[in-house]
Design a protein around this ligand. Structure first.
Ligand SMILES: Nc1ncnc2c1ncn2[C@@H]1O[C@H](COP(=O)(O)OP(=O)(O)OP(=O)(O)O)[C@@H](O)[C@H]1O
Ligand SMILES: [Mg+2]
Length: 272
């Protein structure tokens, strides 16, 4: 697939589950190939709905969602859209379909009819990418939450999508599991994938390329993390500022805000 063209475009999208109760209103944005985008906002603001609109699980009532020349409103385009967009959900328990780690990755590949001789190499590569190769024959109940989530990611990576959407995929994990999943996300981004990370954890959005803040179904902010934390009071959106931002407030703004709190302390040191 030509990466130049794999922009994901929301063009004046409206959506409601029930007539007269809009959930997404007049939403427009373009996600460039290879971007690492965080989608943030309060509970119920519409983040998961946006994710489902992205890959055609839900369809706009007005407007269009397009990927390259594919449009989610055209039923014949949906298979190709699903091949390009992978999903990792919140609860690792819900994601296993088969009985072993290996089968979990192979299942999706057989579904899209990957040739037998290619399945083995894709399986090895995907499990290596999430450091789960040693667990190839393990069963789901033998794995920790973080390991299950890594297998879910491997199953997606093996399908070679251009975009992976993580919908609160770190929220049920312990700090170590979360750290590992975040580092896999960063590595996939480094390799050129588009990563869309829906999260409530503001520490996790400091290093992304771009933040979309959703408020009551509308796009309230679209920009880089530094501008986001400088201009938006995240507590207004039921979000907790990251440590670097809280520290910056305590330093009374005498040092410029950076996403690295250690750097901020060094700057403060050199000013005084
Ligand atoms: N299947 C559904 N039927 C009816 N209403 C729904 C459905 N799914 C979500 N909603 C409503 O649509 C709105 C947006 O929900 P959505 O799940 O997109 O929010 P969210 O930002 O992902 O929330 P959270 O942070 O809790 O995951 C909410 O008011 C929710 O109650
Ligand atoms: Mg949600």
């Amino acid at each position: 697939m030509n990466l130049e063209n794999t922009k994901l475009i929301f063009d004046k999208v409206h959506f409601s589950y029930k007539k007269g109760q809009p959930v997404i209103e007049n939403m427009s944005f373009t996600i460039e190939p290879g971007q690492f985008v965080a989608i943030v906002g309060a509970n119920g603001c519409g983040k998961s709905t946006i994710a489902k609109l992205m890959d055609g699980l839900l369809l706009p009532k007005e407007g269009h969602v397009t990927l390259k020349s594919l449009d989610t409103s055209r039923p014949t385009d949906l298979d190709m859209i699903h091949e390009q967009i992978g999903f990792v959900f919140q609860n690792p328990e819900d994601q296993f379909i088969t009985t072993t780690v290996m089968d979990e990755v192979i299942f999706g590949l057989e579904n899209i009819r990957v040739p037998r001789e290619e399945i083995r190499s894709r399986l090895d590569h995907a499990l290596e990418a999430v450091q789960m190769k040693d667990y190839m024959r393990s069963m789901p109940h033998q794995l920790s939450g973080g390991q299950k989530q890594r297998v879910a990611i491997a199953a997606i990576v093996a399908m070679r999508p251009q975009i992976i959407i993580f919908d609160e995929a770190t929220s049920m994990l312990d700090p170590q599991g979360r750290e590992q999943v975040l580092s896999i996300m960063n590595e996939l981004h480094r390799q050129g994938m588009t990563i869309i990370h829906i999260t409530h954890h503001m520490e996790e959005v400091l290093s992304v390329d771009r933040i979309l803040l959703i408020h009551k179904g509308r796009l309230e902010f679209d920009g880089d993390p530094l501008t986001f934390f400088e201009t938006v009071n995240v507590t207004d959106y039921q979000l907790e500022p990251p440590f670097a931002v809280r520290l910056n407030k305590m330093l009374q703004k005498s040092t410029p805000l950076t996403t690295d709190w250690k750097e901020m302390i060094r700057l403060q040191w050199s000013i005084n």
